[in-house]
Design a protein around this ligand. Structure first.
Ligand SMILES: C=C(O[C@H]1C=CC=C(C(=O)O)[C@@H]1O)C(=O)O
Length: 377
């Protein structure tokens, strides 16, 4: 299939009010889409199901799945034109409108409350977030999806729709879990600064410590579930016009049962805080809005693929005996927006520690908001 055919099929699905997801994995050139055949809301029971999952921030709430068996799956390679990045330039942080003054005041108050709570408790980190509402004239979300594909080739770019739940788009830089058989990969992502034409940047102690806390937490939480685990030292990575610190963590799981592994991580300190329970309580009582699926996770769950034994083998007969491998590829739902009533609800947040400076943390959320806003206006 060609890209325009896949985009045409998902557009028809949208017009018909039927659920679908379309996505492109980081640095990949294939668009995948799953089109559900009716508008039932399917809920995950135990994470042994196969399909595409969409899970909210609050892990007490239900995870939605487009089950593989209830969907038509289609795919296409990206057009050459879509594949090359448009290299969006960063919008200046100085364009702050009157509306933004109120948002700024409220968010700085929340950040300060986070810092005070950390100073007077055992909390080490809290990720506080906000929502920004942007009017949109665009009535065709496929164009937004196409712009995201063009702008963010290294991100997990998606559009997800269910008529009974909502319409979401995003370009996430963060893998929650990638599992093939028993092998897993994940990452500890934290720390943010604006990209200014160089990857050779210095990180201050606040960002280094914040990212280190995330790495330690992930290693600690995964230890009971793995027979092997290792983390590489943090590196600077680019996500749109932002830089983050990232450590890659990988190893071997003890069992294929994913539910415990997923929820030992989710929500990670990259989106919630440390200790997890106390940070989540702070968020639910103080943010004053519902994160819904922002900082939840989404992606392929238990999809099967046939791996041939050895593609170099001369013995063609042997190649016929491949092994069926299950794989899951889940991403954290960051740098995302929900489209509702001709408006884009853009979600942004950042990690607060005892060393946070409220004005800097505010500006960080403004910078993060441009990942979505740059494709809207
Ligand atoms: C919570 C967000 O980012 C997280 C991921 C990377 C860096 C982050 C930070 O520097 O605070 C956040 O933990 C967001 O983009 O809304």
């Amino acid at each position: 299939m060609h890209q325009k055919d896949v985009l045409g099929r998902i557009e028809n699905q949208f017009i018909s009010g039927l659920p679908f997801v379309a996505y492109r994995k980081p640095n990949a050139s294939t668009i995948h889409a799953m089109l559900q055949k009716n508008d039932d809301v399917h809920i995950v029971v135990d994470f042994t199901e196969s399909g595409f999952v969409f899970s909210p921030f609050d892990s007490e709430l239900e995870t939605i799945i487009f089950p593989e068996k209830s969907c038509e799956t289609i795919q296409s390679e990206l057009d050459a034109e879509t594949e090359k990045s448009t290299n969006l330039s960063p919008n200046p942080v100085t364009q702050i409108s009157q509306d933004n003054d109120d948002l700024r005041y409220q968010h700085i108050e929340l950040i300060q409350k986070g810092i005070d709570t950390i100073s007077n408790s055992d909390l080490k980190k809290i990720v506080v977030s906000r929502i920004e509402t942007v009017p949109i004239s665009e009535d065709n979300p496929m164009r937004l999806f196409k712009s995201l594909l063009e702008a963010y080739p290294t991100a997990f770019v998606y559009i997800w729709y269910h008529p009974k739940v909502g319409l979401w788009l995003g370009a996430s830089p963060e893998t929650l879990l990638h599992i093939e058989g028993l092998r897993f990969k994940t990452m500890a992502l934290a720390g943010t600064q604006l990209y200014q034409n160089s990857m050779e940047v210095e990180w201050d102690s606040k960002n280094i410590e914040e990212q280190h806390l995330v790495t330690q937490y992930i290693e600690h939480k995964l230890t009971p579930h793995v027979s092997q685990i290792s983390a590489v030292p943090a590196q600077t990575i680019k996500a749109g016009q932002l830089l983050h610190l990232q450590s890659k963590i990988s190893g071997i799981l003890k069992s294929e049962h994913l539910k415990e592994v997923i929820f030992s991580l989710h929500p990670t300190p990259a989106v919630c805080g440390l200790p997890k329970h106390e940070a989540k309580q702070f968020i639910l009582s103080n943010e004053n809005y519902d994160r819904e699926f922002y900082t939840g996770f989404l992606g392929e769950l238990n999809l099967t693929s046939l791996k041939t034994r050895n593609s170099n083998r001369r013995n063609v007969e042997n190649n016929a005996y491949g092994t069926v491998k299950k794989s899951s590829h889940l991403f954290v739902n960051l740098r995302c927006m929900q489209i509702k009533n001709q408006k884009a609800l853009v979600y942004v947040g950042g990690g607060i520690t005892k060393d946070s400076k409220p004005q800097n943390e505010w500006e960080e959320t403004v910078n993060k908001s441009y990942t979505m806003k740059s494709v809207i206006s």
